[in-house]
Ligand binder design. Structure first.
Ligand code: F6R
Length: 365
């Protein structure tokens, strides 16, 4: 049931604070302690792995990209991320020193399941992050970490993504603790920030009028770009996918530094560019990329953290997200992009919950 909302997509966007809380809170016990009994990989095993492979499709793959940045930062082990349809027909370097993580909302995606089987065949241990209890992926994996997002009905995935990202942060921290690559104080700080996320998503909802204003401006566009660096690039890819699938507007996500290697040729007067600039260490670099597209006449909407108001003089519009540890900003930054996709689709009269040509669960290749 839609409980008074016009569409499942918007209902599920608004369910994110609860979904994130349900996923995180049972696993963060009192001050600074992690409780991840579901994934009981031993210290010995984790100190012996030489890489992690994250494999998934679509939005779950985009969550995996953020998983890579958490695991590399906290657990100090290299991470490869691949889409399952490529992975399964590649000849990946996988052996008993590889930890594999598959991410799937439905737990039934054919390519993801095939990837899991390939990993196991090559002696990897597999953790599944999934939203459906008893799903195929959950049955075949060695360990399962459930996202507690509740049923996701809209084809466009929203609360599944944010809970997958939250779950990946927990896995990264668990590996880090067991490998001894994180000290108690840092762990405590990150867990404290994670616990804030759900409340901060609520704050983003207060700015929905700003997002509607941007939707109004871009709803007639035929082509637009999302740019970002680091985590912002990962989130840009999810924002772009969301927009494409529900609004049918062509869009592309670019690593901001890659623009001048070709794509800048497509920026002309009034081309909308959504520029994600939530990372302090990359802020100045993003500002110069923003100036490059502005100089070609782009309509630039920046996504920035509160406190970085100086960006206002360089762009047409700013959407703010609350302050948070930069590594975790992705969980917040995606929310305005989900809302943007929704409101643009609404203005365009699209079939939001069931976009054309798409199915909720892709159980055939
Ligand atoms: C996009 C979307 C898809 C799914 C993908 C994987 O909004 O929902 O890209 O993320 O089909 O599905 P699961 O997670 O069920 O394996």
């Amino acid at each position: 049931e839609k409980m008074g909302y016009d569409h499942f997509m918007i209902k599920e966007i608004y369910e994110q604070p609860k979904a994130i809380k349900d996923t995180l809170s049972p696993r963060i016990i009192k001050e600074g302690k992690l409780k991840l009994d579901e994934v009981n990989l031993s210290r010995e095993y984790l100190n012996n792995i030489d890489k992690v492979y994250i494999v998934a499709c679509g939005t779950a793959y985009h969550a995996g990209l953020l998983g890579k940045s958490f695991i590399e930062e906290y657990a100090k082990v290299p991470v490869m991320v691949d889409v399952a349809s490529e992975f399964r027909y590649s000849n990946p370097f996988i052996d008993d020193r590889t930890l594999m993580i598959v991410v799937s909302q439905s737990g039934e995606t054919a390519d993801t399941l095939a990837a899991l089987r390939l990993g196991k065949e090559r002696n990897a241990k597999v953790i599944a992050i999934t939203n459906v209890v008893g799903s195929s992926v959950s049955r075949e994996a060695d360990h399962v970490l459930y996202t507690w997002a509740g049923p996701e009905i809209a084809v466009a995935s929203t609360k599944a993504y944010t809970t997958q990202v939250a779950a990946l942060a927990l896995v990264a921290l668990d590996i880090a603790v067991k490998r001894g690559t994180i000290d108690e104080e840092s762990l405590g700080n990150i867990l404290k920030e994670l616990k804030k996320v759900s409340g901060l998503v609520e704050e983003i909802f207060k700015d929905v009028e700003d997002i509607k204003e941007v939707s109004n401006h871009i709803c007639k566009s035929t082509n637009l770009f999302f740019i970002g660096r680091g985590i912002d690039y990962d989130v840009a890819r999810e924002g772009s996918l969301k927009l494409k699938e529900v609004t049918y507007i062509h869009s592309e996500a670019m690593a901001a530094g890659e623009l001048k290697h070709g794509t800048l040729a497509l920026i002309e007067k009034d081309t909308p560019v959504i520029a994600l600039a939530t990372q302090d260490n990359l802020f100045d670099k993003m500002l110069s990329n923003i100036k490059e597209v502005k100089a070609r006449g782009a309509y630039v909407v920046a996504l920035a953290k509160e406190g970085n108001e100086e960006i206002e003089k360089s762009v047409d519009k700013v959407i703010y997200i609350p302050k948070i540890l930069d590594k975790l900003a992705g969980i917040l930054a995606v929310v305005p992009l989900q809302l943007l996709a929704y409101y643009v689709a609404l203005e365009r009269g699209c079939d939001i919950d069931k976009p054309k040509n798409l199915a909720k669960s892709v159980t055939v290749e």
